[in-house]
Design a binder for this molecule. Structure first.
Ligand SMILES: [Zn+2]
Length: 248
């Protein structure tokens, strides 16, 4: 099964390299095609707009963003203007943890632009100390009002955990997903990576476990959640439709 998992992961790694290598080119194209910002265009959050936003409004903003993406009507942006507007400070309204998968570029599928969200991406959207620390930075130090954990269908990392794949440092990463396998009821059969329904059940269980772990493992975030200063949102992205099914 190792070769199956590698096939899922390698394109992502290659994509990252290509994106890094083509970064300058992308900037030139952006410069050539960007249109002036019109009234009503999306703009990055400001200190004032971030402070005024409630956790529930942040939830609504992410839900509405995915609706716009799915309906093919993303908001127009002037990304270079946004770069300039955010150069001296950032006031994102949410921290989003999602998978490394190249098919889930989280800002795109949530129709968010530069300065809108802190994005933490790691295979299988697993929670480890550095991600938790990043969430604490995003919320406690930088004022974000929401933590969102977004898993997805047909996840290669989840399949790897189910298949007990062992590969270098990936072995430890996949071990973080394994507790989710036991959370899926026994009547979901067969319990293999070939059963995509089972794979998606495990992926959702993993998202739910991560949500619990955020509360359990971070006294900083737990206190903010208990005081209603931040919210917690979860969802599953469907690779075949682009839609996120949210659950809180
Ligand atoms: Zn994945």
């Amino acid at each position: 099964m190792k070769h199956l998992l590698l096939r899922s992961f390698l394109p992502s790694g290659l994509l990252v390299s290509v994106l890094i290598l083509s970064g300058c080119q992308a900037t030139r194209e952006l410069s050539a095609t960007s249109k002036p910002t019109a009234v009503g265009d999306a703009k990055p959050p400001t200190k004032e707009s971030q402070a005024a936003m409630t956790p529930q409004q942040a939830v609504s903003a992410l839900k509405a963003g995915n609706e716009r993406f799915v309906s093919g009507r993303p908001r127009s942006r002037n990304s270079l203007a946004d770069v300039k507007a955010t150069a001296s400070g950032q006031y994102p309204f949410a921290v989003v943890l999602s998978c490394l998968d190249s098919r889930v570029p989280i800002e795109l599928v949530l129709d968010q632009g530069i300065g809108d969200v802190f994005s933490a991406r790691v295979a299988g959207n697993v929670l480890e100390e550095d991600v938790l620390g990043s969430m604490e930075f995003g919320c406690k130090a930088a004022g974000a009002k929401l933590i969102a954990v977004i898993g997805h269908s047909n996840c290669g990392a989840v399949k790897g955990a189910i298949d007990n794949v062992e590969l270098g440092n990936l072995t430890a990463l996949l071990s973080r997903i394994k507790p989710a396998i036991g959370q899926v009821p026994g009547d979901s059969q067969p319990r293999t990576s070939k059963n995509l329904e089972f794979v998606d059940h495990v992926a959702e269980a993993n998202v739910r476990l991560v949500m619990e772990q955020i509360r359990e493992r971070s006294p900083v975030l737990r206190e903010m959640l208990d005081k209603g200063q931040i919210g917690l949102l979860a969802g599953m992205y469907d690779l075949s439709t682009g839609r996120i099914r949210f659950f809180e």
